[in-house]
Ligand binder design. Structure first.
Ligand SMILES: [Fe+2]
Ligand SMILES: [Fe+2]
Length: 401
């Protein structure tokens, strides 16, 4: 029997009409989603007392989770979210043209004519021993002990909580093996750079400040490496040497340019804000190569500010991460008052933090909370550290040996 055309149209429309009818019924008769949830809960409650308790616990846990989440969002209570140091007008040396000096020093680096920081003869002797494959820590220790200033620098760094592991060390012989050969050498370079400014009234204080900042960066870098980089000693070394180029530039300025012996303003790093950026990385690479420092460390010295624009290859990922660790540690040290002025910054927004895949979790926050304490290796330093908003935890009493 032939089918009627109206019948076939009806058959085609029927499923759509049924769907429309069901949607209409749902819309007018079904409870709203919140009510539906409540009915479902009510049903669960009446099923058994146990489920009621479970639900209650679930709500409490959800509240707790929500509170934690809000707390994490509320960064302003943490030291690593810094509102920025107050801006101050910085003086300049009228005797020199910053742009011209930068170009001239750049050319000297390219031509291999940049002045190197001299290593005093006693430090050089220690270096030579360290260069022997089978050196003796006791011999190195006795040479370092001949110079109380040098011994003091070693003891101070070794007693930072990263290396001391809760034990106060006053004996260089015990301190040295913990540092290892490369770090001892780096500390000797830093010491040499520092004392080379002792008789320079113009640059001595700024050189000391740069060295102090470098210690802080090295120590923070070693600490961060417990989680975010496989070689804490390498990180310490890179952090320690990252701004060595600034000391090289100061040395070059004092040797090559006619500057006054005294000025009526405080010579801080900010005075060199038109010379250091861009140039100190190149000068640092030059000095580190001269001292035969390993290439990942040299790369971190060269790229601790521009690592994001370099395009490190697959094979160079360790070097890339080392630059990130140094950059992050540098920012942290500056927030905590060690190093040049820093503007408003939240550590979790930094490219280095993102590239290291550091996520803001409760666990990470606990880990970061210890950093103000670990760089407070000088007694009383932490009390005055700007930006340190978290309440300092009382550290475990240290044993003396
Ligand atoms: Fe730097
Ligand atoms: Fe720095």
């Amino acid at each position: 029997m032939a089918s009627c055309p109206q019948d076939s149209l009806w058959n085609k429309c029927l499923p759509a009409l049924k769907k429309f009818k069901s949607a209409l019924l749902d819309f007018f008769l079904a409870p709203p989603p919140e009510l539906k949830k409540a009915f479902e809960k009510q049903e669960m409650y009446t099923n058994s007392d146990t489920s009621r308790i479970d639900e209650h616990l679930l709500f409490n846990n959800q509240d707790e989770e929500k509170l934690k989440e809000e707390e994490l969002q509320n960064d302003k209570n943490y030291w690593w979210n810094y509102e920025g140091a107050p801006y101050a007008e910085t003086p300049v040396f009228e005797e020199i043209d910053n742009q011209k000096v930068t170009e001239e020093l750049c050319l000297k680096i390219e031509r291999g004519e940049f002045p190197v920081i001299e290593i005093p003869s006693n430090v050089m002797r220690t270096m030579q021993i360290l260069n022997n494959q089978e050196f003796d820590y006791a011999e190195v220790a006795s040479l370092i002990n001949h110079s109380p200033g040098m011994a003091g620098e070693f003891i101070r760094v070794i007693n930072s909580s990263v290396y001391s592991r809760g034990v106060v060390i006053n004996d260089i012989k015990l301190a040295l093996p913990r540092l290892g050969r490369e770090n001892i050498k780096a500390l000797l370079y830093m010491y040499s750079a520092k004392i080379s400014f002792l008789n320079d009234p113009l640059f001595n204080q700024v050189a000391v400040d740069i060295v102090e900042h470098s210690y802080s960066v090295g120590i923070i870098a070693a600490y961060l490496s417990q989680r975010y980089y496989p070689d804490p000693d390498g990180a310490f070394l890179a952090g320690l040497l990252h701004d060595i180029g600034k000391l090289g530039i100061l040395k070059a300025l004092s040797q090559l340019y006619d500057l006054p012996k005294h000025v009526d303003f405080k010579v801080t790093e900010e005075v060199f804000d038109n010379i250091f950026p861009g140039l100190h990385e190149k000068a640092g690479k030059y000095l580190a190569n001269h001292w035969k420092v390993n290439e990942d460390i040299v790369s971190a010295i060269e790229h601790h500010h521009d690592f994001m624009n370099i395009g490190f290859s697959e094979d160079d990922q360790l070097a890339f991460h080392l630059s990130c660790i140094v950059n992050l540690s540098d920012n942290m040290a500056r927030i905590l008052g060690s190093g040049r002025r820093i503007g408003p910054v939240n550590i979790f927004s930094l490219p280095s933090t993102i590239d290291l895949s550091i996520e803001k979790t409760e666990d990470t926050i606990c880990f970061l909370d210890d950093i103000p304490k670990i760089i407070a290796y000088k007694q009383g330093e932490m009390k005055g550290a700007p930006g340190n908003k978290t309440s300092p935890k009382t550290s475990a009493p240290q044993k003396k040996i």
